[in-house]
Write a protein that binds this ligand. Structure first.
Ligand code: HEM
Length: 158
């Protein structure tokens, strides 16, 4: 059963379900245009399921109905992102689309800031993949391998 909506929640204050629908629609319309990000989505451009999961999660997180929990269980968001290689570039792309989506819903600054702070922190927490070695050379790598402080060398000499 869906829990009663809290009248003092961020969910209610920003306009409830209609606002989250606009936000998530705008976000995914923008993600769908982003080749780098969309290639990670298991169902490709079939985004209805992904939209529903993100929307119910955000509604719940901001104090609205607990539909996400009822359908998916505990969020465990970091774990649920393990199959996808989230690096700094993916985080920046994700946040770019979310910034545009938040601009679409035009919330009062207090709520815009509150939600944006959360998105920035959550997106950083989702990083699970080191950045590629852009611009670094094999020499940099071999230098670190001969560093006596590396775990490999330590274990050899223990
Ligand atoms: C940092 C960059 C991020 C990337 C690249 C990313 C990517 C993805 C992908 C590829 C999926 C699978 C889509 C699907 O549900 O079928 C997913 C699921 C999801 N993401 Fe993200 N995500 C990111 C950050 C975030 C953040 C910051 C949040 C929350 C504020 C979030 C919330 C979710 C939720 C709720 C799901 C569905 C989880 C489930 O129930 O299975 N993601 N994400």
């Amino acid at each position: 059963m869906t829990a009663p909506q809290r009248p003092d929640s961020v969910f209610a204050a920003v306009g409830g379900h209609a606002t989250f629908t606009t936000l998530v629609d705008a976000f995914y319309a923008s993600v769908a245009e982003d080749e780098y990000l969309i290639s990670m989505y298991p169902e490709g451009h079939e985004l209805d399921g992904a939209k529903h999961r993100l929307q119910t999660f955000l509604e719940q997180y901001f104090g609205g109905p607990t539909t996400y929990q009822e359908e998916r269980g505990h969020p465990r968001l970091r774990m649920r992102h393990n199959p996808y290689p989230v690096d700094t570039k993916a985080k920046e792309h994700w946040l770019h689309h979310m910034r545009k989506a938040l601009d679409t819903v035009k919330l009062p600054p207090m709520y815009d800031n509150l939600m944006w702070d959360y998105f920035e922190r959550a997106a950083t927490a989702m990083i699970n993949t080191p950045d590629p070695l852009d611009g670094r050379t094999r020499l940099d790598i071999s230098a670190s391998q001969t560093d006596p402080q590396t775990p490999q060398d330590r274990s050899t000499h223990e």
